[in-house]
Write a protein that binds this ligand. Structure first.
Ligand SMILES: *Cc1c(COP(=O)(O)O)cnc(C)c1O
Length: 379
């Protein structure tokens, strides 16, 4: 593993306190209206992605001059914020996404929470939001998942999806960084991200709209990037496409990423490429894990600008063997069709994509030894 590591990856490699040592940072407020056994059974009976929420959420707030305080694990439910809250008008927000997995022995684990903690803060800096101490991030995950332990599903391919986020709550319409923020973590038991299983997706390459541009917020996990990606996604869906691949806004030539997933290209000779972190691309934790996983197997992933014209020509000639997208929610999904103005090509679904998917998920589920130190035990 001698590839060049980003600052984020280096920071994320710092050792984390064990769950028992951080748990007490968030005080549990019991939920007297928690779902009954019957309601719980019903809710868990047909899990899709992001539709069912648990009994609890984590909470903390930040006030100017006071910092973070009020850390609690509290009953899940609607939140009250002022209609003038800055986030509702100017989108000052950052979020994260990670999962808790149940292993066969009943224990509960998560995957590289340090990476998410450090990335939340990297996103926060870009959005002029105060950083959250890594131990608070960790404690919120541990406290929430322990309170909601029954919601961590055991079925293969399912997990408890965790969504930490920070919103600017100051009631003020002037344009400046807000002086009050709230941090939440909500949790959603989720089945496999793609209901149809490991089937390849069709991707539309948008040459008209961009999700991010030079100097913009593309590298921050923030709501506005997603808002910008929705119209192109709606238009692509109308034409039968599952996802949109965005191009670099500066040149409209090289590929960036999907609206919420990073992209890899596998060449016929077994070498692997992914777009370099140009500043417009979100530095995915799955992207980072795949590069480590492949490096460990002797496959170097080359981070480089990838021209759309070269990619399409490579798919047509067979030089490009496979293409896949990756992110926490879906882990890995094969790209089976790539189309845009003037081209429409089919990409084979190959062994490398399946092998990486199997390798990463086996580690997440504790079915193979974690040689990378990625797993963190919650309970
Ligand atoms: C979250 C996200 C990803 C994937 O990141 P992971 O850490 O792998 O989940 C990729 N692109 C965008 C725009 C994202 O928001």
């Amino acid at each position: 593993m001698d590839r060049q590591r980003t600052e984020l990856e280096q920071e994320a490699a710092a050792p984390l306190l064990p769950a028992d040592e951080v748990a007490a940072r968030f005080t549990l407020v019991p939920n007297d209206a928690a779902r009954t056994a019957a309601q719980y059974q019903e809710a868990m009976s047909n899990l899709r992605f992001g539709e069912v929420f648990t009994d609890y959420m984590a909470y903390a707030r930040w006030d100017h001059g006071k910092g973070w305080h009020g850390q609690t694990i509290t009953p899940y439910g609607p939140i009250a914020i002022s209609p003038a809250a800055a986030v509702l008008h100017y989108g000052q927000e950052v979020f994260e996404g990670l999962k808790a997995y149940r292993h066969d022995d009943g224990s509960i684990w998560t995957f590289r929470p340090g990476y998410n903690a450090v990335r939340l803060n990297a996103s926060a800096r870009r959005m002029a939001i105060p950083e959250l101490p890594v131990d608070d991030f960790l404690a919120s995950i541990v406290g929430l998942v322990r309170a909601d332990a029954r919601w961590v599903p055991a079925e293969p391919g399912s997990s408890l999806y965790l969504r930490p986020f920070v919103v600017a709550t100051e009631p003020f319409l002037g344009i400046r960084a807000a002086r009050n923020y709230e941090y939440y973590v909500i949790a959603s038991p989720s089945g496999p991200y793609f209901a149809k299983g490991f089937s390849p997706i069709a991707v539309w390459v948008d040459q008209e709209y961009h999700r991010a541009g030079p100097g913009g917020t593309g590298a921050a996990k923030t709501a506005g990037n997603y808002a910008a990606s929705l119209l192109p996604k709606v238009r692509a869906a109308e034409n039968g496409f599952d996802e949109v691949l965005f191009l670099d806004a500066a040149n409209n030539e090289t590929i960036d990423e999907l609206g919420g997933m990073n992209v890899f290209v596998v060449m016929r000779d077994g070498s692997v490429r992914t777009p370099a972190l140009s500043g417009n691309i979100l530095p995915g934790g799955t992207r980072s894990a795949i590069m480590d996983y492949l490096a460990d197997q002797g496959v170097t992933v080359t981070e480089m600008p990838i021209k759309l014209s070269d990619l399409v020509a490579g798919i047509e000639s067979g030089e490009v063997a496979e293409m896949f997208a990756c992110g926490t929610a879906a882990v890995i999904t094969a790209i089976g069709r790539l189309a845009g103005a003037g081209f429409d090509v089919t990409v084979p679904v190959g062994e490398m994509t399946r092998r990486i998917y199997q390798g990463i998920t086996d580690i997440q589920l504790g079915r193979t030894p974690d040689r990378f130190g990625w797993l963190y035990q919650i309970a």
